[in-house]
Design a protein around this ligand. Structure first.
Ligand code: SF4
Length: 343
């Protein structure tokens, strides 16, 4: 029976998580070297009884993050009205510092708004039984898919009295979701250490049942292309949704830059912040990044993510909706389609 890697606070068997610090130390304990950054090969353990083939996923070309104030149904519906008409699907995150309504409830709201829900499930706040419940509920609703992640650890000042579960890690949750019959996506952090293990870890997630990957922000399309070359060589040929950094001011750029495992282009950030109209410059920078990422072989769609604006949830959603509309329009134009027609 495989056992969790020694010392890993998330008790991961299939790691590493995306939070490894740049010096190889643990996201949750700076004094601990992440065991995946030593000389062992934890990926040598492969317990899948047989490959779980769910087939290639229908990847959403424009997958927009749903960022909403917690426990505010009216605000969620208002923001969905902005995002649903311009997004092929909406991605719901699961945050360590702001829990929200249950995933099945949010998924039902997204379906009612007229677009497809992609729901993130983490292993931090739910034990295996509750994860099974959510998966069964999401499958019954017929949602587009689930994004299975281990989840970042809760900050030391965030609900310290609450247990962090980690019964499973993202790879085992992926297998559980796929065997539930759900289309399953996984996260990949190309820029996070140990870089040499990330391609094989993604291949392992595909063997466990993933049919789509959502890649964290990378410094450039060329860096993502290079990673995907190495991933294909390792056996991971699943389609990828590439993250587009959406920011229009210092705060929204800083929030993205603070995440471990994410890499932003510093020149692009500086150009947006110095522009006479940073909002317009940020929107155009995101559209340009999306177009460049969509040209990378293996990239099937883009994930519009980030705070987008320091002026509040709705202002951020308005920025992301504008980016989504422009990306869709330019994709249509490049494909030679009439305005408003999808390819
Ligand atoms: S960085 Fe992540 S995978 Fe590595 S020891 Fe810490 S929690 Fe575990």
């Amino acid at each position: 029976m495989p056992v969790p890697a020694a010392g890993c606070p998330k008790r991961m068997i299939f790691g590493p998580c995306g939070g490894v610090r740049s010096d190889g130390s643990c996201e949750l304990d700076a004094a601990l070297t992440c065991p995946w950054c030593d000389d062992r090969d934890p990926l040598a353990v492969r317990p899948w009884p047989s490959p779980t083939a769910t087939g290639p996923a229908e990847a959403p070309a424009i997958l927009t993050d749903l960022s909403v104030p917690p426990y505010d149904l009216a605000a969620m519906r208002d923001i969905l009205e902005l995002l649903a008409p311009v997004s092929d699907a909406v991605l719901v995150g699961e945050h360590q510092n702001r829990p929200d309504f249950p995933p099945t409830m949010v998924a039902a709201e997204i379906l009612a708004a007229g677009t497809g829900p992609w729901i993130t499930l983490t292993c931090r706040d739910r034990n295996r039984v509750v994860l099974e419940q959510e998966l069964a509920g999401l499958a019954a609703l017929g949602i587009d898919g689930v994004l299975c992640v281990t989840g970042d650890g809760r900050g030391q000042d965030v609900r310290p009295e609450v247990t962090q579960v980690f019964d499973l890690d993202s790879t085992r949750l992926t297998h559980l979701a796929a065997t539930t019959g759900l289309t399953t996506a996984v996260a990949v952090a190309p820029a996070a250490p140990p870089a040499e293990l990330r391609p094989a870890a993604l291949a392992e997630k595909q063997r466990a049942g993933a049919s789509l990957a959502v890649a964290n922000h990378v410094g450039s399309p060329a860096a993502l292309s290079s990673f995907l070359d190495r991933a294909r060589a390792a056996g991971a040929d699943l389609p990828v949704i590439a993250a587009v950094a959406v920011y229009t001011d210092e705060r929204s750029a800083a929030v993205l830059a603070a995440f471990p495992g994410l890499a932003l282009d510093p020149d692009a950030v500086a150009a947006v912040l110095a522009a006479p109209d940073p909002r317009e410059a940020g929107i155009e920078a995101a559209v340009a990044e999306a177009e460049a990422l969509l040209a990378v072989p293996g990239v099937a769609g883009v994930n519009l993510s980030g705070l987008a604006s320091a002026d509040g949830w709705r202002a951020g959603a308005e920025v992301k909706a504008e980016v989504a509309a422009r990306v869709a329009e330019r994709t249509r134009r490049d494909a030679g389609l009439a305005p408003g027609r999808r390819g």
